[in-house]
Design a protein around this ligand. Structure first.
Ligand SMILES: *Cc1c(COP(=O)(O)O)cnc(C)c1O
Length: 344
């Protein structure tokens, strides 16, 4: 969405059904001479498969922006997420695994990119120490017109939190591993996590999902599977993941800046809108995912109770099939904090 404010357009590529990150082959099919950058989300705390994406980017001379907001502290083949592409962007808003209030961080090892970011979004920090020649005439003015920096208090909170973050995500990793060990050998469910020994790891297990294989449970829908778990008291499970963003009307019809046409087409030389059916993996993945309880502590007695509930539901999947009404037409979605003056 921020691409719109830069006069850029957005084209979505499909995802890999295992990592749930971008599929490099599908990215390559969509690259044109006008493509500037690939934005890779390390989705649901799992690292995207970066090597093939970097290869495609290098071949076509486009930049790679990693969005690490779901996977803070994650690793890809031993490398910290956010340090692999040209730029790493990290939201650290309230809900994330590393939460500091409202704020985020951008990392890059490219001095020009760094200075362009400062020039774009800082007021009274964009001074004569800027080395990039093409930015020097504009010193003093935030080129993006908006002061983007975070509130200092969030930054102060974050600097303290950072000292503990490795320790905290190590405990989350132990707790989530203990949970999945308790479920090993059961049909139909598997963790969405990198292979052991790959050097990759989930980052804080933010918004983590279990992978769901309906055929292994006689075709039981993920909706009924989650409903049964909720009936057992596991209230933190729900089917699916985020809705497919390429189908959101924002990318089809919103005219944000008054161009007299959809903003996503305002600077495009063709119709970039992606209709239903254009990203088959993305559009069908929700039937094969469910949200997990997010264990922050290795409290084994409590985790054991969750494991028991999962075991019970899976053991009785035949009985559940008899009352399974299937999945609704749309699964998953976002959690909204509604703006409302009414009392909920
Ligand atoms: C939370 C999130 C953002 C937005 O972060 P803000 O700090 O709310 O602007 C962007 N990308 C991903 C993947 C996120 O999860």
């Amino acid at each position: 969405m921020p691409a719109f404010s830069l006069g850029a357009s957005v084209v979505f590529a499909d995802i890999d059904p295992v990592t749930l990150g971008l599929d490099a082959a599908d990215i390559e099919r969509r690259i044109t001479s006008r493509t500037k950058a690939i934005v890779v989300v390390h989705y649901l705390s799992h690292p995207a498969d970066m090597d093939p994406i970097l290869q495609v980017a290098a071949k076509h001379g486009v930049k790679v922006i990693e969005d690490v907001s779901h996977a803070l502290g994650g690793l890809y083949k031993g490398r910290p997420l956010g340090t692999i592409g040209d730029v790493g962007a990290m939201s650290m808003m309230t809900g994330k695994a590393f939460a500091i209030g409202e704020g985020g961080m951008m990392v890059t090892r490219d001095q020009t990119v760094y200075e362009r970011a400062i020039a774009f979004g800082h007021y009274e920090r964009y001074g004569s120490n800027i080395e990039t020649p093409e930015l020097q005439p504009y010193i003093g003015i935030p080129l993006g017109g908006i002061k983007y920096r975070m509130h200092q208090l969030s930054s102060a909170v974050g600097r303290v939190q950072l000292k503990y973050y490795e320790e905290r995500i190590a405990e989350i990793e132990r707790a989530m591993s203990y949970f999945w060990e308790g479920l090993s050998g059961l049909p139909g469910i598997r963790p969405h996590r990198p292979e052991a020994g790959s050097g990759s790891r989930n980052g804080g297990w933010y918004a983590a999902r279990g992978r769901y294989e309906p055929v292994a449970l006689g075709g039981l829908s993920v909706t009924s599977f989650c409903a049964a778990l909720r009936a057992e008291g596991v209230l933190s499970v729900s089917p699916g993941c985020n809705l497919p963003l390429h189908l959101h009307p924002f990318f089809h019809s919103a005219d944000v800046y008054g161009h007299g046409k959809p903003t996503n087409l305002a600077h495009a030389n063709r119709d970039l809108r992606q209709p239903v059916g254009s990203l088959p993996v993305t559009e069908s993945i929700s039937a094969r995912l469910f949200a997990l309880p997010w264990f922050k502590h290795e409290w084994r007695d409590q985790i054991d109770e969750y494991v028991l509930a999962f075991r019970k539901v899976i053991a009785q999947h035949q009985e559940l099939l008899a009352v399974d009404t299937g999945n609704p037409p749309t699964l998953g979605g976002w959690h909204f904090f509604n703006h409302s003056s009414k009392k909920d």
